[in-house]
Structure formats: structure tokens, C-alpha cells
Design a protein around this ligand. Structure first.
Ligand code: ZN
Ligand code: ZN
Ligand code: ZN
Ligand code: ZN
Length: 230
């Protein structure tokens, strides 16, 4: 599997694109809204040539961000969030979408090897810049590590949304290690050795026991702790 070429869906047009083309696609699929007209610009033309004023678009400064598994870049998503939002907003979004199993602790870091986290109550706008990378850790025991990158900053027609999922990788097709059929379960023990993908037929015979098996879900936390994607 070429991890940079895994396919994903753009939720704006439902189009399917490889990971390495999605950022470019989003630029054209989600164009920057027309600049707001100020009061001074409207009606400065006189007489019959006066153009109808364009409807004013409520705009907000936002960041578009790519999140991916730090060591599993085949799991990825793009989201957009207002600059005035806090890191806690990204935390809630990542938990809900990708990692929450049993309420573990989490942290953001600007450097994954340093212990000091970025405070979750800090607004994004004071810290993030286009091109900047930062990191997210969920569960300090069986940690899921995510890498995030600010793709762009723009004025966006956001209509009061707190966060918006723009695109996400399609479910990866893993094969059963016994019979090559599509895997539906993963063994929470064997995944540590990059094994343990099983289909429904082969799952009951797995040597670790059915209690160790978790559903195959579209997340970098698949097969870890009790993660089921619900
Ligand atoms: Zn699109
Ligand atoms: Zn857990
Ligand atoms: Zn099988
Ligand atoms: Zn096993």
C-alpha cells in the first residue's frame, strides 16, 4: 500500500481523490468567498450605471488543517476551524471522529519529543500559521499519535459552524490473514506485531480468543484499547 496515495472523499463534491491531490482539490472545490463589500463601496457609482450590490457574505478567519496518523499516514482527514476557536475544539473533534474509547487524557505539542504541551484553552489564531506542524497524543498508555499540519488560512463563509470536516480517507481494505477475504475484526493483542486481521469466518478460531477482537473501523486507533468507532 502506498500510504500517500490512499483515496479519500471530498465532502463538498463527494469526489474521490488520492491523498496527495486532496489539498489542491479543496482549493478549487472550496473557493474563497467574494470579498465583503464595505458600506463605502456600495453605491459610490452614480446614475444609471450603478451595479447591484453583491450580497454581503459573513466571513470568518479560518484554518484548514490536515490530520493524519503520525505512524499511519494512510489514515487522514482535512478539517476547517475558525482561528478564534481553541485547541480544546480540535480535541473534541478528534475524539468524536477518530480516537475516543474510554475518556483518556490527551495533549497537543508543537514538538512530539518535548514534554510541554500547548494549553488547550489557547485560541488557535495566536499560535498556528500556514505550514506549521503540530502533534496530538490521545491516551498516554496505548498512545495514538496524530500529526497535524496547517494547510492554509483564509476568510471563509463559515455560517456559525464550529468545525467542518472537509475530506477523509476511504475505509482501507485489510485482508484476513487466514483466507484473504476482507477483514472485519482485529486482534488487540496481535496488532502490536502488525498482525491479527480476521474475517467473520476465521475470527472464532483465532488463538487469542474472541474477547480480544475489535471491529475494523476507519481510524488510526483501530484495534487499540477498546476502540470500536462508536
Ligand atoms: Zn470536492
Ligand atoms: Zn481506552
Ligand atoms: Zn478469513
Ligand atoms: Zn491475536
Amino acid at each position: 500500500m502506498n500510504k500517500e496515495m490512499t483515496q479519500g472523499k471530498c465532502y463538498s463534491c463527494q469526489g474521490i481523490f488520492p491523498k496527495n491531490q486532496m489539498a489542491k482539490h479543496l482549493e478549487t472545490c472550496l473557493p474563497v468567498p467574494k470579498t465583503r463589500l464595505t458600506v463605502g463601496q456600495v453605491g459610490t457609482q452614480t446614475g444609471m450605471q450603478k451595479q447591484p450590490a453583491e450580497a454581503e457574505v459573513p466571513c470568518q478567519r479560518t484554518f484548514r488543517i490536515l490530520a493524519e496518523g503520525h505512524y499511519q499516514p494512510e489514515y487522514w482527514l482535512y478539517f476547517e476551524i475558525p482561528a478564534e476557536a481553541k485547541f480544546s475544539g480540535i480535541d473534541r473533534f478528534l475524539r468524536k471522529t477518530w480516537v475516543e474509547c474510554c475518556g483518556h487524557l490527551s495533549a497537543f505539542k508543537s514538538n512530539p519529543t518535548l514534554p510541554s504541551p500547548i494549553g488547550k484553552s489557547r485560541p488557535l489564531g495566536g499560535i498556528l500559521n500556514p505550514g506549521m506542524k503540530f502533534y496530538y497524543e490521545y491516551d498516554f498508555g496505548s498512545t495514538t499519535e496524530l500529526a497535524l499540519k496547517v494547510i492554509s488560512e483564509q476568510e471563509s463563509d463559515f455560517k456559525g459552524k464550529s468545525i467542518r470536516l472537509l475530506a477523509r480517507n476511504e475505509q482501507l481494505l485489510m485482508k484476513c490473514e487466514k483466507c484473504d477475504k476482507p477483514a472485519t475484526r482485529i486482534c488487540a493483542q496481535c496488532i502490536n506485531d502488525n498482525k491479527g486481521w480476521l474475517c467473520d469466518n476465521c475470527a472464532p478460531e483465532h488463538e487469542c480468543g474472541e474477547d480480544m477482537l475489535l471491529p475494523v473501523v476507519n481510524s488510526p486507533r483501530v484495534g487499540v484499547c477498546g476502540y470500536t468507532g462508536n
